[in-house]
Design a protein around this ligand. Structure first.
Ligand SMILES: [Fe+2]
Ligand SMILES: [Fe+2]
Length: 184
């Protein structure tokens, strides 16, 4: 798998999780009890999988490479992508605070903003940023990028984090399809 294929694959996982988060928002808005087990996982996913693992690979490896090939980090599209990553971090922190207060409505509002942000952001990366990266990257760049991704994964225990979250997505998806929380 190339470096960009790895990132596109992670986007696929993130979009699957966003469908689950959106479902949770609708449940909260319908007046269902606040499922704090799901909310705790949601906060961990957006911080560990999306920010610590995925955004770290984009910012630390791919965007840096694109900058070295003439794409400015302080103008579109990379500046917009970096601003989205910062907004994502702020919304994830807001979700964690709302969960800590047991404030379901505020949690739902932050989550919905984050879902909308990520869907738009991923569309731009998939259709624009990654296409540019694939045109600019040589085979040697790709080898270097995949190796650098490996270092990000090692530093953050990413393989375990990925497995845990993939299993959680599957578990929550089945639970939602069955209309009950896992273990119930
Ligand atoms: Fe991104
Ligand atoms: Fe991304």
């Amino acid at each position: 798998m190339t470096a960009i294929e790895i990132l596109r694959n992670e986007h696929h996982v993130i979009l699957e999780a966003m469908d689950l988060l959106e479902h949770q928002v609708h449940d909260i808005r319908r007046g269902d009890p606040f499922d704090t087990g799901f909310a705790r996982w949601a906060v961990e996913f957006v911080q560990e999988f999306i920010d610590d693992a995925h955004h770290a690979k984009e910012e630390g490896v791919i965007f840096r490479l694109l900058a070295s090939r003439g794409l400015a980090l302080d103008s579109a599209p990379l500046a917009d992508m970096l601003a989205d990553h910062r907004s994502h971090r702020e919304l994830a922190a807001e979700m964690a605070r709302a969960l800590g207060r047991g404030d379901a409505r505020s949690f739902a509002n932050c989550t919905l903003q984050l879902v909308e942000l990520l869907r738009r952001h991923i569309r731009i990366e998939n259709e624009l940023v990654f296409n540019v990266a694939e045109r600019l990257m040589t085979a040697a760049d790709d080898v270097d990028a995949v190796q650098a991704f490996g270092r990000v994964v090692l530093e953050r225990d990413g393989a375990m984090v990925r497995q845990r979250h993939l299993a959680a997505i599957e578990c929550w998806r089945r639970a939602l399809e069955g209309g009950r929380p896992p273990g119930a």
